[in-house]
Ligand binder design. Structure first.
Ligand SMILES: Cc1cc2nc3c(=O)[nH]c(=O)nc-3n(C[C@H](O)[C@H](O)[C@H](O)COP(=O)(O)OP(=O)(O)OC[C@H]3O[C@@H](n4cnc5c(N)ncnc54)[C@H](O)[C@@H]3O)c2cc1C
Length: 483
């Protein structure tokens, strides 16, 4: 089986790449479970765009500020300059963003944006609407329930992937491979991510000597209801705080102003740490209160959150919801250039949350990730159309390394706890060393390939965090011993 392009992942990055590749090419989109089980589907708040040409400078500045001096300025500039174009493209293709009664686009504001510039769809169901739309636009075949377990690399070029579908392993050859496999959520005990998101392709990249960048930069969302029974915890979108929800303790006190004069509108890492610290210091429960919203408006503007929380027994907007921070977004990832190409490996690209284009630096500005996925996946498609070459051999054999071994499930859970306890919102040198040793021990044992890939990715997060002794952006490290 040989393709022109194999795309690993069917979230925004994978699908928008696919859509930008002509039907005449032989393209295959692969996803791990069903096409919907991806972070794109769960996105709530919206997609950022420069409001108009004059707003580009301000959007760039907000993004650079959030990134704490670590962004790739060229990539940020490119993303903002391309933003109106990708939004126009979606609209021309027929995508419907929320509008007012006169048909004007409705823009909302989220933390650390200096103006309203976030478009949304279906109220707070932007991801679901966008994902459904992109799935319908995709002209290429899709292979679901299929996990990529290896990249086929020969003499500095990528020649395809090894996959497993319901236990059956297969080699799929391709002139170009696009990694659009998302972030690393399942490495953490508490996270908001889809169940398919486990950083295994990052692990393969480590094995192949492909550089990962800024892996210490992992973003935690401050307002998550973590007391449900599923692995994926229920996010309460940033847009709620942007539009007037308050973070309060059990006495109704808005303690965030003790930490930052912007209160609820401070960047999410500041809010996450404030909640984490306040909970520890005061031993009080922390809540998100939406009681200032008018009920009918709330139901219409946030139908998704309204329903999900109602199903969990909370009657919004009048009833407050207990919250905690949880892992949310991988800022770091597989290093690419600003066209999405992976240096030193021909025919290999990455886009979306799996990639590190440098646009987020040390922290991601809210709702810049769907935009990043759209802009850079388009760049990937453009690069493929210009640079695609044949030239691979067909000498690839299915590996016989077992994918799973008995005991892996318990070790996966152990890994999630280690990462949450030691490599999350507040890090210490002792905690990081403890995590490093526990991961090294598991790596030295007999484990299946899928767990090994997760362990490699987790270790890269720990090692990157150990190398950065100063706090910056989402990486917060104190010298004290963490209990
Ligand atoms: C709850 C939630 C709310 C969010 N809200 C917003 C928001 O409002 N605005 C915003 O900009 N961002 C938001 N984000 C972030 C944003 O949704 C993601 O960063 C973005 O959707 C990632 O898109 P992606 O295409 O890179 O990856 P994903 O959409 O996560 O897709 C990854 C794909 O890769 C596949 N895959 C993974 N590993 C393998 C493998 N080994 N083999 C085969 N397939 C594989 C998966 O099956 C999946 O299809 C939110 C995220 C979450 C979790």
């Amino acid at each position: 089986m040989r393709y022109d392009v194999v795309i690993i992942g069917s979230g925004v990055a994978g699908l928008y790449t696919a859509i930008a590749l002509p039907k005449e090419l032989k393209v295959l989109v692969i996803n791990k479970s069903n096409p919907w089980e991806c972070n794109t589907y769960y996105a709530q708040g919206g997609v950022t765009t420069a409001y108009n040409d004059e707003d580009i400078a301000s959007h760039v500045e907000d993004t650079l500020d959030a990134g704490a001096g670590m962004c790739n300025t060229d990539a940020v500039q490119l993303m903002s300059e391309s933003s109106q174009g990708v939004i126009r493209d979606l609209i021309h293709r027929g995508f419907v963003f929320d509008t007012d009664e006169e048909g004007n686009l409705l823009y909302t504001k989220e933390a650390a944006h200096s103006r309203s510039r976030i478009l949304h769809a279906g109220g707070d169901a932007t991801g679901r609407h966008l994902h459904f739309f992109l799935l319908n636009q995709n002209p290429h075949p899709m292979l679901s329930d299929t996990t990529v377990v290896d990249l086929l690399i020969e003499e500095g070029r990528c020649c395809g992937v090894e996959t497993v579908t319901r236990g059956k392993r297969k080699i799929i050859l391709a002139d170009n491979v696009v990694i659009a496999s998302g972030g690393v959520g399942s490495l953490y005990e508490y996270h908001t991510n889809a169940s398919t998101i486990s950083g295994d392709i990052h692990g393969i990249c480590i094995e192949k000597g492909i550089e990962l960048e800024s892996m210490e930069m992992m973003q935690f969302h401050p307002t998550v209801f973590v007391a449900n029974n599923w692995a994926r915890k229920q996010l309460l979108s940033e847009a709620l705080r942007g539009e007037g929800a308050h973070v309060v303790d059990e006495n109704g006190y808005r303690f965030l102003f003790e930490y930052d004069p912007r209160g609820e509108l401070a960047p999410r890492d500041i809010v996450s740490r404030a909640i984490f610290d306040y909970k520890q210091r005061s031993a009080k429960q922390v809540y998100l209160s939406c009681e200032d919203f008018e009920s009918e408006y709330f139901k219409e503007r946030f139908p998704n959150i309204y329903k999900s929380l109602n199903d969990l027994g909370f009657h919004l907007p009048k009833e407050r919801v207990p919250i905690s921070p949880a892992f949310h977004y991988a800022v770091g990832g597989i290093k690419t250039d600003i066209h999405g190409a992976i240096p030193d490996v021909k025919g290999l690209y990455a886009a979306g949350e799996s990639a590190s284009t440098g646009v987020h630096g040390a922290n991601r500005l809210a709702s810049n990730s769907l935009l990043e996925g759209l802009v850079f996946s388009k760049k990937v498609a453009e690069s493929i159309l210009v640079h695609s070459e044949h030239g691979c051999s067909e000498n690839f054999k299915i590996s016989n390394e077992p994918l799973e071994l008995e005991g892996d499930k318990e070790k996966k859970d152990q890994l999630r706890r280690i990462m949450w306890d030691n490599v999350s919102i507040v890090r210490t040198p002792e905690g990081l060393q403890k995590a490093y040793e526990a991961i090294a021990k598991m790596l030295s044992e007999d484990v299946g390939r899928l767990l090994r890939l997760r362990l490699l990715t987790a270790r890269s997060i720990v090692v990157s965090a150990q190398k950065r002794s100063e706090s910056i952006g989402v990486h917060f490290i104190t010298q004290g011993i963490k209990e």
